[in-house]
Design a protein around this ligand. Sequence first.
Ligand code: NAD
Length: 263
Amino acid sequence: MINIAVTGASGKMGTLIISNILKVEGAKLSAAFDLVNIGLDVGEVAQLGTLNVPISDVKDIGSVLKSSGTNVLVDFTIAGATVVNAPKAADCGVNLVIGTTGFTDDQKATIEAAILKNNVAGIISPNYSVGVNVFFKVLREAARYLGEMDVEIIEAHHNQKKDAPSGTAKKAADIISEALGGKEYVFGREGLAPRGREIGIHAVRGGDIVGDHTVLFAGDGERIEIKHQAHSRQAFAGGAVKAAMWIARAKPGLYTMEDILGL
Ligand SMILES: NC(=O)c1ccc[n+]([C@@H]2O[C@H](COP(=O)([O-])OP(=O)(O)OC[C@H]3O[C@@H](n4cnc5c(N)ncnc54)[C@H](O)[C@@H]3O)[C@@H](O)[C@H]2O)c1
């Protein structure tokens, strides 16, 4: 049995991840953490029925992870919280699946160092959907042939999303930049803004859009658009639980969704 704990258990992603854990054979929800609903049964908060797992205060994360025999922690919260909680979990020998986005380079490096120092297995991915990870692979390939074209990335998300541009858009830009030997990024344009050889990145926020990403390669007389659209958060939650089951059995180290999906 793989014991999985969830941080951000009262949130949109945390709730859905818990409902996915309940459906996977060989997986058990071992603990739940959040800043809100502390002491309440997480199943009742998520309207999944009583699960006899209380929501614990993140300040007790170390002791609760140990007493619950947790093998892997799935964290979908906010960057400032993950950078504190993930190293504490790694210190307890707990493997990590990090879904939070919006990290600075330093925050990401802190979490990666904690994973490596404590000899646990971990993954930090801005997008756990199978489709987006295939989209990344297609982008890497497309960039090899379309490097002379102008590259623009347009992402759209719901009006509650805190960070911009999305972690997925930034990762798409990094993949294309790497394939083209390094590119500058320009985030939005205003006023006099002549185009150079940069990758333009644009964030749209509105309504309940789950997550759209379009990469536009525009050249003389033609353009190619490569697009992924998430219809529901299930695309991310299912992938995150798949990653948790895989990471729980993996050798210590840092992994990507490409490893997990065999891409
Ligand atoms: N990697 C992916 O595939 C993917 C997909 C969707 C969302 N996300 C990211 O996941 C994160 C959460 O998204 P969401 O839509 O569920 O947000 P949300 O606001 O619905 O949920 C976040 C939860 O984290 C809790 N939280 C905040 N600070 C905390 C702390 N210090 N300790 C413990 N819990 C804390 C909040 O109380 C809330 O319940 C965001 O960074 C989002 O961009 C990633």
